[in-house]
Design a protein around this ligand. Structure first.
Ligand code: BT5
Length: 261
């Protein structure tokens, strides 16, 4: 554990959102490392006010408070580090090799297995980041309407997986990756690792969509702050800092397989 990392875990049967609770805790001075876990969320949240489906005991619903000692321009690397930590934890606990879709979705067989919501806030004891992680454990975690685009560990592994096992690994892998990020050369290392663990880093044909824009192009790696570089058909390089990325073609064949969550 990094020095000063709290080992406190607050456990709830039901909560609105573990991220909201972590924000409340951070506001009243929670130290970094404090975790919030719930068996179900009534208002599980995704990015941009979207919903994260969080039925009871069907997923791991987890948030952690961080107080990074990093320049603000490197804070966008926190969700990338978190995605790497989830990927490490899935490999260690289940032997599952997952993919990372920019910026921080965890995919298995091109379907979403885990989502990450990173939020920042000012508190009396300084700026804090809340990293919320939702991992689908059982098939019940995935709503009917999302079955073609989302999956669970149960579906991937063919049997139920103990969420506590994943949690134990995750607490370690987050602490490790976070410590590396904050060490000398940590940002560059994190970018290299992310690129090495994501099929989306290079040469992937994607559609990028945001509120006011939508375009297609080929991925060309990451900027130093984690933004995605995408080369459009006219040879221009666009730098994407926010928005949704969807694969237009799978890397392994040329069949069109657009997928969106
Ligand atoms: C995310 O947003 O993927 C971030 C999800 C973070 C959830 C965790 S759970 C613990 C913590 N507490 C919270 O309240 N949140 C965090 P985004 O990229 O915007 O994706 C949201 C979209 O994913 C939704 O609009 C649905 O299309 C889809 N979705 C919803 N529930 C899902 C599920 N259980 N599995 C897969 N996809 C889901």
């Amino acid at each position: 554990m990094p020095t000063g990392f709290s080992s406190t875990i607050l456990r709830f049967d039901t909560i609105d959102s573990t991220n909201l609770e972590a924000i409340r805790q951070a506001r009243v001075g929670a130290p970094e490392g404090l975790c919030v876990i719930a068996r179900e969320q009534s208002v599980g949240r995704g990015r941009l006010d979207r919903t994260w489906h969080s039925p009871k005991d069907a997923g791991l619903y987890f948030s952690i408070v961080l107080r990074p000692k990093l320049p603000m321009n490197l804070w966008p690397l926190l969700p990338l580090v978190s995605a790497l930590a989830v990927s490490d934890a899935l490999m260690k606990s289940c032997g599952l090799r997952a993919d990372i879709k920019w910026p921080n979705d965890i995919l298995a067989n091109e379907r979403k297995l885990c989502g990450i919501l990173a939020e920042t806030l000012e508190t009396a004891s300084g700026a804090a980041a809340i990293i919320g992680i939702g991992i689908n454990l059982t098939k019940a975690a995935v709503p009917e309407a999302l079955r073609s685009n989302a999956t669970s560990l149960e579906e991937m592994m063919g049997h139920q997986i103990d969420g506590e096992r994943i949690l134990t690994e995750l607490l370690e892998t987050i602490a490790e990756r976070y410590q590396v990020l904050q060490s000398e050369g940590g940002a560059e290392h994190t970018i290299r690792e992310w690129c090495g663990n994501s099929s989306y880093a290079f040469d992937r044909v994607v559609r990028v969509s945001s509120d006011h824009d939508s375009f297609e192009g080929r991925t060309r790696g990451l900027q130093g702050d984690g933004a995605l570089r995408v080369e459009t058909g006219d040879g221009k390089l666009r730098v994407v800092r926010a928005g949704d990325v969807t694969a237009v073609r799978a890397t392994t064949n040329s069949a069109s397989s657009e997928s969106n969550l």
